[in-house]
Design a protein around this ligand. Structure first.
Ligand code: FES
Ligand code: FES
Length: 133
């Protein structure tokens, strides 16, 4: 199976690996697991006072496609509002990385991780952000 250059690049040089301070109110943490393979992905975002995601970090225990997907989404969410980040779909990720069909669930994991991180962030900030959506 041939992997795309973009996938290999993100896999070999993953961007934004690391951890943000969970106790920081501006940080949302999403932790998701893939039932299909047992892989785990943690994605964190830090949102500034303007509601813009100014930083993102990930840690993924999983296959190359999962690592590449999470690396890619940390790049994509930076500079976006949380609402815009929620518009990122696994199909965009799969297309960008040219994921083979058996690896689509890796990109779904990344989409779910974004949703989970945003949900955690919003929960920390009460329901107000949710109400406007
Ligand atoms: Fe386990 Fe992807 S199937 S690492
Ligand atoms: Fe399971 Fe990639 S996340 S094989």
């Amino acid at each position: 199976m041939a992997y795309s250059d973009k996938l290999l690049d993100h896999y070999e040089n993953p961007r934004n690996v690391g951890t943000l301070d969970k106790s920081d109110d501006a940080v949302g943490t999403g932790m998701v697991g893939a039932p299909a393979c047992g892989d785990v992905m943690k994605l964190q975002i830090r949102v500034n006072e303007q509601g813009i995601i100014e930083d993102a970090k990930f840690k993924t225990y999983g296959c190359g496609s999962a690592i590449a997907s999470s690396s890619l989404v940390t790049e994509w969410v930076k500079g976006k509002t949380v609402d815009q980040a929620l518009e990122i779909k696994n199909t965009h990720i799969a297309e960008e990385l040219a994921l083979p069909p058996v690896k689509i669930h890796c990109s779904i994991l990344a989409e779910d991780a974004i949703k989970a991180a945003v949900a955690d962030y919003r929960q920390k900030h009460g329901a107000s952000a949710e109400d406007k959506a």
